[in-house]
Write a protein that binds this ligand. Structure first.
Ligand SMILES: C[S@@+](CC[C@H](N)C(=O)[O-])C[C@H]1O[C@@H](n2cnc3c(N)ncnc32)[C@H](O)[C@@H]1O
Length: 301
């Protein structure tokens, strides 16, 4: 992963909340795979050793949970079985994150837009105390389904918060976390918004962090070889997503830094081409420039 400088131009403003996208829950879409999942070895191990679900019933279990979750909101990460992958555990930063959460008394890891919460389970399975971890979800039923998936509601349930990163006040506001977060994780999250929306979300995340050098964030989302605004393929309302390249991602953090009086060292890199097979047509889905963008940032001022 390499440090980046900046240059791309931002898209036009569009501040609609992700909760407004994807009305309906059609399965007749490229991002719904009807074929049973091929569960990766790390997830199989987690489901076996942490959730005590025998290997030969894991697929059936995952299929049942995915169907319930997709009926609530048909996100591609559900349709494409992406929630069965453990990216955080595979990150080179995983060891230092586990260490910080185990040893620093004020450390707090927040997975924003946690979905079914697979990444926080990998931390807990690695020995991180549950009270050092929070999963935040806009959709309360995803928190419940995560507990059903991992069979750990009694232990992890209290760490799963219903909240909206966009809200300053009210029941779903995250104001109670202000100044407390030392590590933010955000997977398949920033791409829910356009450029302006992402700046807004990023500023709100900074506001929730401990006000000191050394706090960090990491994550991944849909990006592109060349940064661009794109209408959400999954959205019927014409909302756009901003697909970053590493330069535009770094530029965003310069802008967020100016607004929040902070400065961030940004590392970002593009992953492999993000091509997915549309099972209905046998065609590849997503334009050929699409990539995952994988990033981590540390506050330096
Ligand atoms: C595409 S999913 C990704 C889920 C998970 N991070 C993963 O990688 O599997 C995005 C998640 O963000 C949640 N979300 C959307 N808008 C949100 C908001 N304003 N505040 C908190 N969570 C939000 C959605 O409910 C959804 O579960």
């Amino acid at each position: 992963m390499s440090s980046t400088t900046t240059s791309a131009a931002p898209a036009a403003s569009n501040n609609a909340s992700s909760s407004e996208i994807i009305p309906g829950s059609s399965k007749d879409v490229p991002w719904y795979n009807a074929t049973a999942p091929n569960i990766s070895a790390p997830m199989r191990e987690l489901l076996l050793n942490y959730s005590h679900i025998p290997v030969d019933s894991q697929v059936e279990h995952a299929v049942a949970i995915r169907e319930k979750a997709y009926a609530i909101h048909p996100y591609p990460c559900l349709g494409l079985w992406a929630f069965l992958r453990l990216h955080l555990q595979a990150s080179p930063l995983f060891g230092s994150i586990v260490e910080e959460l185990k040893t620093k008394p004020d450390a707090l890891f927040v997975d924003i837009g946690t979905g079914l919460g697979q990444e926080i389970r990998s931390l807990i399975a690695a020995g991180v105390p549950v009270n050092r971890v929070r999963g935040v979800e806009l959709e309360p039923q995803f928190n419940e389904l995560g507990c059903e998936l991992f069979r750990d509601g009694e232990v992890v349930g209290p760490c799963l918060l219903v909240g909206d990163i966009l809200l300053d006040e009210g029941e779903q506001s995250l104001a109670h976390l202000r100044g407390k977060v030392s590590i933010f994780h955000a997977a398949s999250f920033f791409h829910l918004w356009d450029w302006e929306g992402q700046i807004n979300v990023a500023c709100r995340m900074v506001d929730l962090m401990q006000p000191r050098v050394g706090v960090r964030m990491l994550g991944r989302q849909i990006g592109s070889i060349k940064a661009q605004a794109k209408v959400h393929e999954t959205n019927k309302n014409g909302q756009t997503m901003w697909k970053h390249d590493p330069d535009s991602f770094a530029k965003m953090w310069v802008e967020v830094g100016a607004k929040t009086k902070t400065k961030w060292d940004v590392k970002a890199e593009l992953g492999k081409p993000y091509v997915k097979l549309d099972e209905r047509t046998g065609q590849w889905w997503h334009d050929p420039d699409t990539r995952t963008i994988i990033w981590s940032i540390v506050r330096v001022e």
